[in-house]
Design a protein around this ligand. Sequence first.
Ligand code: FPP
Length: 259
Amino acid sequence: MFNKLTFWKNQNNTSSTLREKIENIKKLPVPEHVAIIMDGNGRWAKKRSLPRIAGHHEGMKVVRKISKLSNRLGIKTLTLYAFSTENWKRPKTEVDYLMKLPEEFLGTFLPELIEENVQVKMIGYKEQLPNHTLRAIEKAIDKTKDNDGLVLNFALNYGSRAEIIDATKRVLNDCKKGILNEEELNEEVFSSYLMTSNLQDPDLLIRTSGEIRLSNFMLWQLAYSEFWFTDVLWPDFRDQHLLEAIEAYQNRQRRFGGI
Ligand code: FPP
């Protein structure tokens, strides 16, 4: 018979299993930088006959949960693809809503992020962002700049090809000005011209919702990353899925082109 006690016990069992899993995972090296393409919000909403924005809102709640777990696991950086340079093609109402989410998220959770020692960062083109979006992000970046826990890095209005072209232009410009010598240009120097110059490359890329593509996300930085794909839609993504991805990562042998 179902009663409150059974319910409480079940809840408790689930969390103790999860706790055990977390402890086991922490015994092995965890990926230092995890990047996630959070996909499937629209389909999640459609399955429930809800507007697409309901999926994005639910997705925002998952961002909070996954950031908390990442911090707890000792992951150093979590990069989340929140809006691509191509996403402007979506209907204006959806774009407007997506641009309000950082404000809503940070308006609610910034105190919690500060308390949990999380450092907020952003990669992407700030110029096209509405003022209210940029203000919310910049405030969070400023308020968390002295924290040294998880770096929660939002990829917002981010596009990797544009980033590479811009970096190339700046390299050429610096060569022309004599600030950089063509002979000095190598992968490390080129990386320093990218938006991720202060971050290490992702060790693990996760994409949800069953799509198996990169969609112009961190093309340079993902060169040697491990990829993990799941059919789970982002709003349904839970702690157990992140743990599953990390376990898979821990079972892989990274060879970086060696043998
Ligand atoms: C892709 O799913 C998702 C996005 C373009 C937006 C992702 C944004 C969030 C998860 C919220 C971000 C939260 C903060 C705090 C910035 P889709 O809409 O393409 O889904 P579909 O492929 O099922 O249509």
